[in-house]
Design a protein around this ligand. Structure first.
Ligand SMILES: O=P(O)(O)OC[C@H]1O[C@H](O[C@H]2O[C@H](CO)[C@@H](O)[C@H](O)[C@H]2O)[C@H](O)[C@@H](O)[C@@H]1O
Length: 260
C-alpha cells in the first residue's frame, strides 16, 4: 500500500483563527524556510519562479547574522533551490527531505525507489492527452502539476493513488500538484537532521511554511522547543504564529536580520 503524508497528529490551531505575527526578537533562532508560497510567490509553472534581488539580499545577510543557522527546506530539488535563491543559501534540503546539503557543502541523498521511473512514465502518458498538465521528474520523486488544467485534478488524484498502491511510493499532495516520492523522509526529518548537527544544535528551530507538507516541519520545530509560522490564510495547522503573504515574510526576515 502507498502511504499519504496528510496525517496531522499534533493539536492543531482551529481552521478559522488568524495566528499572531511571530516576534522578531528571538534568542538563538535557527530558521527553516519553505520556498514556494513563502519566499517566492506562486506562479503558473515551476520554471516561472526566478531569482529576486530583495529575497537574495536578505537570505545572504541572514546566514552570517545567525552564525549559519538558516536553511531552505523545500519540495523542489536542491538544484532548483540554488537557481531560485541565486546560490545564497548554503544549507538546504530538497524533495521533501529526501536530499540535504549541510552548511559545509556535503550532500546526503536518498537512493531512488524503482517505482519513481514507473510513476514518471505513467504521469507522462497522462499529461500527453491533457494540455496544461506538467510532469516534474525529480529522480527520487515525480510531480504531476495541474495548475494549467484544474479540470484534471480528480483524474490526477485517482491515477496517483493507484500508482502509490502499486509501487509503495509515498503520496504527497501539494498546491495544484500531486507527487509520488521515495518513502522515508519529510520536511520534519530534514529539520531534525539539521538540528542534530552544528551550527544548528542547541538553537530554537523556527519553521516557516504554507503547505500541508510544511506541517511536518511545524511539528518537528515544536517538538524541539521551537515553533511554526503558517504563511497565508488561516487553516488547521500545528503552527503557533502566522504571516499573511510572501511580502510579509521578507519584511519579517529583514527585521530579524536587523535585530540580530
Ligand atoms: O516546498 P515548497 O518549496 O513549497 O515546494 C513545493 C512545490 O513547489 C513547486 O510547485 C509549486 O510552485 C509552482 C510555482 O509557483 C506552482 O506552479 C505549482 O502549482 C506549485 O505546486 C515545485 O514545482 C514542486 O516540485 C514543489 O514540491
Amino acid at each position: 500500500m502507498g502511504t499519504s503524508d496528510l496525517t496531522l497528529d499534533a493539536a492543531p490551531a482551529a481552521a478559522d483563527v488568524r495566528l499572531p505575527a511571530p516576534p522578531t526578537q528571538l534568542i538563538r533562532p535557527a530558521l527553516f524556510l519553505d520556498l514556494d508560497g513563502v519566499l517566492a510567490e506562486l506562479a503558473d509553472t515551476p520554471d516561472a519562479v526566478v531569482p529576486e534581488p530583495r529575497r537574495t539580499k536578505v537570505l545572504r545577510a541572514l546566514a552570517p547574522r545567525l552564525n549559519g543557522r538558516v536553511a531552505i527546506i523545500s519540495g523542489r530539488t536542491i538544484a532548483e533551490i540554488d537557481r531560485i535563491a541565486d546560490g545564497s543559501m548554503a544549507a538546504a534540503s530538497g524533495i521533501h527531505g529526501l536530499e540535504r546539503r549541510r552548511p559545509d557543502g556535503s550532500l546526503l541523498r536518498a537512493e531512488p525507489d524503482a517505482g519513481v521511473r514507473a510513476a514518471v512514465e505513467a504521469f507522462e502518458d497522462f499529461a500527453r492527452t491533457r494540455p496544461g498538465v506538467l510532469v516534474e521528474d525529480k529522480t527520487i520523486a515525480a510531480g504531476l502539476h495541474f495548475r494549467g488544467a484544474p479540470e484534471a485534478a480528480a483524474d490526477a488524484a485517482v491515477l496517483t493513488r493507484e500508482l502509490a498502491d502499486e509501487t509503495g511510493l509515498t503520496m504527497q499532495p501539494g498546491n495544484m500538484v500531486i507527487e509520488l516520492k521515495t518513502p522515508g523522509a519529510s520536511k520534519g526529518t530534514a529539520l531534525k537532521a539539521f538540528m542534530a548537527e552544528a551550527p544548528f544544535a542547541g538553537a530554537t528551530p523556527v519553521m516557516l511554511g504554507d503547505d500541508l507538507t510544511d506541517e511536518h516541519g511545524f511539528r518537528a520545530a515544536a517538538e524541539l522547543g521551537g515553533f511554526g509560522v503558517l504563511v497565508g490564510p488561516p487553516r488547521e495547522t500545528a503552527a503557533t504564529f502566522g504571516l499573511p503573504d510572501v511580502a510579509s515574510v521578507l519584511a519579517w526576515l529583514e527585521a530579524v536580520e536587523e535585530t540580530k
